[in-house]
Design a protein around this ligand. Structure first.
Ligand SMILES: [Zn+2]
Length: 119
């Protein structure tokens, strides 16, 4: 049985990303790092854990060649809920800039992972 992730939680099999919102300046970010707000410096109780939709818009992508000669596509996604994340795209369906993408869960060895793909 794959283990769970600190990066997302499943709600009805849909991955929700575990992030943070600063209650002072409302900056949002992912993953859930609680060291402090990089915009206003707030910390502690001013940082509120929250979840973000795993759907968003592709704003950039790049093919990355690995040492074994295989490629994967790394993408920047502007989530519907705010923060920009970087994620691996599932290449089965070609994706273009401004396309809407959504995450699904895969088993990656002993862990669960998410991959973004065209909606
Ligand atoms: Zn802040």
């Amino acid at each position: 049985m794959p283990g769970s992730s600190q990066l997302f939680a499943l709600e009805d099999d849909i991955p929700m990303l575990l992030g943070v919102e600063c209650s002072r300046c409302h900056l949002t970010w992912f993953p859930r790092v609680l060291l402090g707000c990089e915009r206003c410096g707030s910390y502690g109780d001013d940082l509120t854990p929250r979840t973000f939709s795993s759907a968003g818009r592709l704003i950039s992508s790049a093919e990355i060649k690995q040492v074994d000669g295989q490629y994967f596509t790394l993408a920047s996604i502007a989530l519907e809920d705010g923060p920009v994340i970087r994620a691996i795209l599932d290449d089965e369906v070609p994706v273009s800039i401004n396309d809407t993408v959504r995450a699904s869960v895969i088993e990656d060895g002993d862990e669960l992972a998410i991959r973004l793909h065209k909606r």
